[in-house]
Unconditional design. Structure first.
Lengths: 475, 313
């Protein structure tokens, strides 16, 4: 079906016969009536709207709630492919935690000359307040959402590590829920590994990181910026499914050296705070003084072992795109093994040779801000107009250290359902990884984001992306 | 349970109840305008009074013209108690306390919001008004049904109910406050045709015209109406009924939390007052004064509940 042999299609590979993981699904699809499937597709939209799985788009005048479009064709991964990804993710996440511990303690990796000291010293994502702090259980990144892209049968690349506060896991769960409701017959034909116990796993994993001050069963709470945050649905969804309280900064204060929430019966201590608030806003006494989203003094309680903050403050340094370019070295340095998952080759524009190359090839590469996220502030060379490239060239020349560049990857495609039937669209994948002293836990599945516009490589929901259910098959 | 959540639940159900009250008030005004067009403007003014938004209305309009009043009560975002504002507030509170609600209650509240947003997207024409008013009440009934059918009977449920009955007691007391004069003996001794219509309007605005007849036959009397709305335990919008409900919800919390709060003392005093009251004594001592006292008690109780259960910082 894929007419464009330039891209690897996960249904057909480079040929025209379905690849093994898709065979059963393809047979089912062929026996289905297109009209019925299209009707199912609009049912799905209604389902999402009723459930309230919406997001708010920043910067839009009327903060209207929008749906992320959902496509009913699943993205399918074989168990063999998954186990390889699992090993790679496991290794990478272990390395990231070791790296974070190191740079906030002895900084061996800098002493060893494997990464330059400026990368840390001048980095706004590096929190001096975290130097020498021992997070409970030694865990920095309790939840990681590793962004992966695929370019061939065995070619997977890590695009971003998302060690800070990855979002999207509620879509992994609700997409599956929707598929189960719409196509129960499919799941009886094809054995798909379950994702539904993610909230239980999350709750267990967080509880296993309780701080020294915790006595008895750990009390977990989710900290949200509030109902106007774009990911509020997810925050309430996770709290609800974990049986945890959903708190805002205004519900919390320091009481007897603990972080406590205001309940109908007085203040009650929290042991583990799964925060969905950025570092900057976490503590007006220690970070941004104008923040009303955080808790004054929480960093002092944290340093004294009174609470676990997940993810730990300061983990954002691992998301820095300049740090990213060193990730293969980082993995090797801390695990003593070659990295299983590939990094996308990255030009650091802070380096004159690289900058020169990037400036010469702006129409071919993707340029990203080192601290950027969400697809904002980036240039996709092949899709950009001359005017956009010229404008970006100025920004880049003015502050080269603020940017990195990568080749435009030939992202794999998975079909979506269009009016005319199946049509290939580019996708990425965000599996969700839980880290606790007991180990690393990866839920078999994840969030597949899909660029709904033909030919587009941008999968971000804020820029016309949709989602799919992600199936990892049983062996 | 978070204090904020208790507050959110209470307000969610207050706003849902207010939404329903508004629809009943509009229905009464509309029916009056159809059957007694000469008194329409006065009745619309009374409706605005009972809704507590007359001042806000007069900031934007000069006369009590039907289409303007109806639009203000149904759709105007500048009116914090319009049906659309109420459902927005109810849903925002529901989002805030999402984790305390069953999935069904959340979904049906969200549905209610979507449906009313559609139904109230444009100015409602007279001919569509009865249908729209009935949608509002149906949607409310769905939320109430899901709440009863799917929520645990714990502190969460009790805070929801406190919101419903505080709001309902307040609404009934306000309607009486606005209309007490038509119940006063000087007029009601005779029971003219005009009185009958006025009295019927009172009963309609609490959705009780047929239940009153069912209990009392065709003879409407001022004393009978006042007794029905203030003291009758069978009437789900009477002051006595609502305050008893709030008391039983607070008693549950007292037991559950093993703490007796000032709000419990207060509500028990209100229960006793209503239980001991006789309707002729209320008239002897002044109906209006009695109602004003009840309104003050309700607002004091509301503030005490907020403090006792730490709704706010």
């Amino acid at each position: 079906m894929s007419k464009n042999a330039k891209f690897f299609d996960e249904l057909n590979g480079h040929g025209s016969d379905p690849r093994p993981p898709y065979r059963d699904y393809n047979a089912w699809f062929k026996s289905e009536d297109l009209q019925r499937l299209r009707k199912k597709s609009s049912e799905a939209e209604m389902f999402f709207r009723r459930t309230g799985i919406t997001f708010n788009v920043y910067g839009e005048a009327e903060a209207d709630e929008r749906l992320i479009p959902f496509d009913i064709v699943p993205r399918i991964i074989s168990s063999r492919e998954w186990s390889r990804l699992k090993r790679g993710i496991d290794q990478r996440v272990r390395a990231i935690n070791a790296f974070l511990h190191d740079i906030y303690h002895r900084q061996e990796i800098i002493r060893a000359g494997r990464i330059p000291v400026e990368l840390i010293a001048n980095n706004v994502a590096f929190l001096p307040q975290m130097i020498g702090v021992q997070p409970p259980g030694g865990v920095y990144t309790h939840i990681v959402g590793t962004d992966l892209v695929r370019t061939g049968e065995d070619e997977f690349f890590v695009l971003e590590d998302n060690a800070r506060t990855p979002s999207g896991v509620s879509y992994m769960l609700e997409n599956r829920e929707t598929m189960l409701q719409m196509f129960p017959e499919l799941f009886s034909k094809i054995s798909v590994q379950s994702v539904q116990d993610y909230p239980t796993r999350l709750s267990r994993s967080l509880s296993a990181c309780a701080p020294p001050a915790c006595t008895g069963k750990p009390v977990v709470a989710v900290l949200t910026p509030g109902i106007h945050n774009s990911a509020y649905f997810e925050h309430s969804f996770l709290a609800d499914n974990m049986g945890a309280e959903l708190v805002e900064g205004s519900d919390l204060r320091v009481v007897d050296g603990r972080i406590a929430m205001r309940t109908t019966q007085g203040y009650k201590a929290i042991d583990v705070l799964y925060r969905r608030v950025d570092d900057d806003f976490l503590d007006p006494l220690n970070f941004r003084p104008d923040s009303v989203l955080g808790v004054p003094g929480i960093m002092d309680v944290y340093r004294a072992g009174g609470i676990t903050i997940a993810n730990a403050p300061g983990t954002g340094i691992a998301d820095d795109k300049a740090i990213y370019s060193y990730m293969p070295d980082i993995v090797e340095f801390y695990t003593g093994e070659k990295a299983i998952l590939k990094n996308v080759p990255t030009w650091r524009c802070s380096e004159p040779d690289s900058l020169a190359y990037v400036l010469d090839h702006l129409s071919e590469v993707v340029v990203k801000e080192v601290h950027g996220s969400g697809g904002y502030g980036m240039l996709v060379g092949p899709a950009a107009s001359k005017k956009e490239i010229a404008a970006f060239r100025e920004k880049l020349t003015a502050k080269p250290g603020n940017y990195i560049a990568q080749p435009t990857l030939a992202l794999s495609t998975v079909p979506i359902l269009t009016k005319a039937g199946l049509a290939p669209r580019h996708v990425d994948l965000r599996p969700f990884v839980l880290v606790s002293p007991k180990g690393i836990d990866l839920t078999p599945g994840g969030l597949t984001r899909v660029a709904l516009k033909e030919g587009s490589l941008v999968v971000n929901s804020s820029q016309g992306g949709g989602t799919k259910d992600t199936w990892v098959l049983e062996e | 349970m978070l204090g904020k959540t208790a507050g959110g639940l209470t307000w969610m159900f207050r706003y849902l109840e207010r939404c329903e009250t508004m629809s009943r008030l509009i229905e009464t005004g509309f029916r009056n305008a159809l059957t007694r067009p000469t008194t329409a403007a006065d009745e619309w003014a009374a409706v605005l009074d009972a809704a507590g938004v007359r001042t806000a209305y007069l900031e934007r309009h000069q006369s009590f013209e039907q289409s303007a009043v109806v639009d203000f009560l149904l759709r105007d975002c500048n009116n914090p108690s319009s049906v659309m504002s109420c459902i927005e507030h109810a849903r925002n509170n529901a989002r805030l306390v999402r984790t305390a609600l069953s999935r069904e209650v959340w979904e049906v509240t969200n549905d209610c919001w979507m449906t009313l947003k559609g139904a109230l997207g444009h100015k409602v024409r007279d001919r569509d008004l009865p249908a729209v008013l009935s949608i509002i009440r149906q949607q409310n009934a769905l939320v109430r049904g899901a709440t009863h059918g799917t929520m645990l009977r714990n502190d969460i449920f009790n805070f929801c109910r406190i919101g419903t009955f505080m709001e309902r007691a307040d609404a009934t007391a306000r309607i009486l406050d606005v209309k007490y004069y038509v119940l006063l003996p000087s007029i009601s001794h005779i029971g003219s045709a005009l009185d009958n219509v006025q009295w019927e309007n009172i009963l309609r605005s609490v959705g009780a015209h047929s239940s009153y007849r069912w209990l009392n036959g065709p003879d409407i009397s001022a004393l009978g109406i006042a007794e029905f709305l203030i003291l009758d335990h069978r009437m789900p919008r009477s002051l006595s009924f609502c305050i008893d409900k709030v008391a039983s919800n607070l008693r549950y919390l007292e037991k559950e939390y093993a703490t007796r709060n000032p709000s419990q003392e207060k509500v028990e005093a209100m229960v006793t007052l209503l239980a001991d009251a006789k309707i002729d004594e209320i008239f002897d001592e002044g109906l209006h004064e009695f109602i004003l006292d009840v309104l003050a008690d309700i607002s004091e109780l509301s503030a005490m509940i907020e403090t006792d259960y730490r709704f706010y910082e």
